[in-house]
Design a protein around this ligand. Structure first.
Ligand code: GDP
Ligand code: MG
Length: 162
């Protein structure tokens, strides 16, 4: 059974961009045919030398009658519990109350969370990453999913934690 790596975070932080970046690398090897570009919710992929199941919780439909905040579907909460590793994405330049709601939700699982500060597009923005250590997660990494910065560091962090 493959280890589960669950990608969480409020809308627009870059979950799908990161998900597709990890997937594209695999598809480049296994599937040269250009095909459907729809975002999958779950996909197996190889990160470093490990095969794992990557899950984009942003792909789950919200259940409006749910007792939880509408931000997070019941299915997403279930996946957080079942995940071997949680990649919690934030936008390094834009922390909102929705992020803080996620932080509270993730608190019981903090030993399996990597805080991924996305949209660190330039060296200057790396200084902003330090601010996110205040949330208490032991691993904090600044990346740019769109511009492919520090993705290898993130891959190392993932494989070393699995
Ligand atoms: P999701 O809602 O969390 O899945 O976020 P998306 O992956 O759909 O990205 C939301 C927006 O952020 C899109 O316009 C992306 O192009 C943009 N984005 C994603 N990653 C980066 C990044 O590293 N830097 C910048 N500047 N924009 C990014
Ligand atoms: Mg998305």
């Amino acid at each position: 059974i493959l280890p589960k790596v669950v990608v969480v975070g409020r809308p627009n932080v870059g979950k799908s961009t990161l998900f597709n970046r990890f997937l594209r690398e695999r598809k480049a090897i296994t599937d040269p045919t250009p095909g459907v570009t729809r975002d999958p919710i779950e996909a197996s992929c190889i990160i470093g030398n490990r095969e794992l199941l990557l899950i984009d919780t942003g792909g789950f439909k919200l259940e409006r009658d749910d007792e939880f905040d509408e931000l997070v579907s019941k299915k997403a909460v279930q996946m957080i519990g079942e995940g071997d590793l949680i990649l919690f994405l934030m936008d390094v330049m834009d922390v909102t109350p929705e992020d803080e709601a996620f932080i509270e939700l993730l608190r019981p699982y903090e030993e399996k969370v990597i805080l991924v500060a996305n949209k660190v597009d330039t060296v200057e923005k790396e200084n902003e990453v330090w601010n996110l250590y205040s949330y208490g997660f032991s691993t904090v990494l600044g990346i740019s999913a769109e511009h492919n910065r520090n993705i290898y560091d993130l891959e190392d962090a993932i494989t070393s934690r699995l």
